[in-house]
Design a protein around this ligand. Structure first.
Ligand code: GDP
Ligand code: MG
Length: 298
């Protein structure tokens, strides 16, 4: 399946929840009651009150000036405008070091595997660091991805210091002229402050192995957890400055509007999105494509 079809398929639930319900409004003359209904639909799709309000007020003021004749086009334009920041992952140095954080089960390790595949396909040498040393199974899971994607794996025994694993991975990648290092981390929440301290330490130690690294600190959020995801982002952002979001499981969520809430409320760019379980289903986030895919066939 082509890139855009995968995106479209992955957004099917959100499309019917958001655009499907709004479509009855698109044929009506734009007035206060239509805009109120639209705002409600946006909020129910996890767009969040702040972003929903911004979108609606902008349409309202444009409507007051000249009259908005095509509400669907106006909504698309406002959404694209709000999201407009497709910075992606800019490889600023070599090795390019990416640290991946997030709570358990959100899709960190799978996303790392998918990224590793993508970089390998682009002809790059990838090093994966098994920084989730909490469970032996977590190391094995990354090991399988390393094998599948021809990446070098740096691991220590389970229970060992994850900062040391990350340090070794960066040093080893530099020595081997590896292009990319991706550091997996643990995500257990029940020891929250320990986890945050641990992540801070990993971050600091990576910086000792290579100045200015890590170049990206990506927080993985599960789109199906809704507003809870925003809370997680705030907690993790206190630990270390995040550079962006990987938003997974959009295919399982009817509330893909969360992309707008993340942008508006956290000011963080969504850099990658997961729209399925397949290895090709982790895509660079592109706001124009996202909005196009959301509104297709409606
Ligand atoms: P971690 O604990 O954060 O490392 O999470 P894992 O990478 O182990 O993933 C947890 C589960 O989420 C796995 O079963 C993945 O296959 C699944 N998963 C990850 N990303 C996606 C996605 O974009 N869509 C779907 N449907 N499942 C995903
Ligand atoms: Mg994991």
């Amino acid at each position: 399946m082509a890139f855009f079809d995968r995106l479209k398929a992955g957004l099917a639930k959100t499309r019917s929840n958001l655009v499907g319900r709004a479509s009855s409004l698109f044929s009506k003359p734009v007035d206060d009651s239509v805009l109120e209904d639209l705002e409600e639909i946006l909020i129910m799709s996890d767009v969040g009150p702040a972003a929903a309000n911004e979108i609606i007020e902008s349409i309202r003021s444009k409507n007051a000036k000249g009259g908005v004749t095509d509400l669907k086009a106006a909504l698309k334009a406002e959404m694209a405008n709000l999201l407009n920041d497709d910075s992606g992952l800019l490889m600023v140095d070599r090795p390019f070091v990416i640290m991946v954080v997030g709570v358990n089960g959100v899709g960190k390790t799978t996303s790392i595997g998918k990224m590793s595949k993508k970089y390998y396909d682009e002809g790059m040498q990838v090093t994966l660091a098994a920084g989730d040393t909490f469970r032996a199974a977590a190391i094995e899971q990354l090991e399988i991805w390393a094998r599948r994607t021809n990446a070098q794996l740096v691991k220590h025994q389970s229970g060992s210091d994850p900062a040391a694993v990350a340090y070794d991975a960066v040093i080893s990648a530099s020595a081997r002229s590896s292009d990319v290092v991706i550091v997996d981390t643990a995500g257990r929440l029940h020891t929250k402050s320990n986890l945050m301290d641990e992540l801070k330490k990993i971050h600091r130690v990576i910086g000792k192995a290579m100045p200015h690294a890590p170049h990206e600190v990506l927080l993985v959020l599960d789109a199906t957890t809704g507003q809870n995801a925003l809370q997680q982002a705030k907690t993790f952002n206190k630990m270390t400055a995040l550079t962006g979001i990987i938003l997974t499981k959009l295919d399982g969520s009817a509330k893909g509007g969360i992309v707008l809430a993340i942008k508006k409320e956290l000011g963080l760019p969504v850099k990658l999105i997961g729209v399925g379980e397949g290895v090709e289903d982790l895509q660079d986030f592109n706001s124009t494509e996202y909005v196009e895919a959301l509104f297709q066939d409606v």
